[in-house]
Design a protein around this ligand. Structure first.
Ligand SMILES: N[C@@H](CCC(=O)N[C@@H](CS)C(=O)NCC(=O)O)C(=O)O
Length: 205
């Protein structure tokens, strides 16, 4: 396995701790790199269209992200599952506690990068890379869309419906349906579901 890695990232560290917990350190090759919203990174984008660390690539080429999914893979699929309690109440409590740790990590990582960002310097490049990563991610979803359409509605459909709905709401000009017929069909299918239709975003206040 190969882990796209940085010694600076707390998200990567989550994956590293899970690697050690599962006793799999000897199986993992580290590919260390720097990432930022203004840094083009074709090698990383090729395996993870979101362009984020950590990304774990299995020997058969399967790419796994984000850190929470990597920890799940290492612990539940490859390890003994001790990081994910079986008991529903204990598991739910662990998820709640994980959310606060993860949320704190997100706040401090965002705060740190805001502190040192030159607001004028790289806006165009950052915008170009956001556009690129969104399009690469939509292209990846296009390849998964018919499988997702054939899968019973689950938490993944909720996230994808919300992301596509936000694109319709805020990024009309991106025209995400163009050239992505399967994803467009999936989007229509999801939007027709009552829970999705009832929660369409709109400007209120
Ligand atoms: N939700 C992701 C967040 C990962 C993340 O934001 N990683 C940072 C490194 S600390 C990154 O890749 N930033 C690059 C970018 O957002 O452009 C996870 O849990 O893996």
């Amino acid at each position: 396995m190969k882990l796209y890695h940085s010694t600076r990232s707390p998200y990567v560290r989550k994956a590293m701790i899970a690697i050690h917990e599962a006793g799999l350190a000897h199986e993992v090759l580290l590919e260390t790199m720097r990432v930022s919203p203004s840094r083009d990174n074709p090698a990383l984008f090729a395996v993870n269209p979101l362009g984020k660390l950590p990304t774990l690539v299995l020997d058969d080429g399967t790419a796994i992200f984000d850190s929470t999914v990597i920890v799940h893979y290492l612990d539940v699929v490859r390890g003994d599952g001790h990081l994910h309690p079986d008991d529903p109440d204990a598991r739910f409590q662990a998820m709640r506690d994980h959310a606060i740790g993860e949320g704190l990590m997100g706040l401090v990582v965002d705060w740190y990068s805001e502190k040192f960002r030159d607001p004028a310097a790289d806006t165009n490049e950052r915008f170009r890379l956001y556009d690129l990563r969104v399009r690469l991610t939509l292209d990846e979803l296009e390849t998964q869309a018919s499988r997702l359409a054939d899968t019973r509605f689950n938490i993944a459909h909720i996230a994808i419906a919300c992301a596509l709905g936000y694109l319709d709401f805020r990024f009309d000009d991106l025209d995400w349906r163009a050239g992505r017929p399967a994803l467009a069909e999936l989007g229509d299918h999801l939007n027709a579901r009552p829970s999705v239709a009832a929660t369409k975003p709109y400007d209120d206040i």
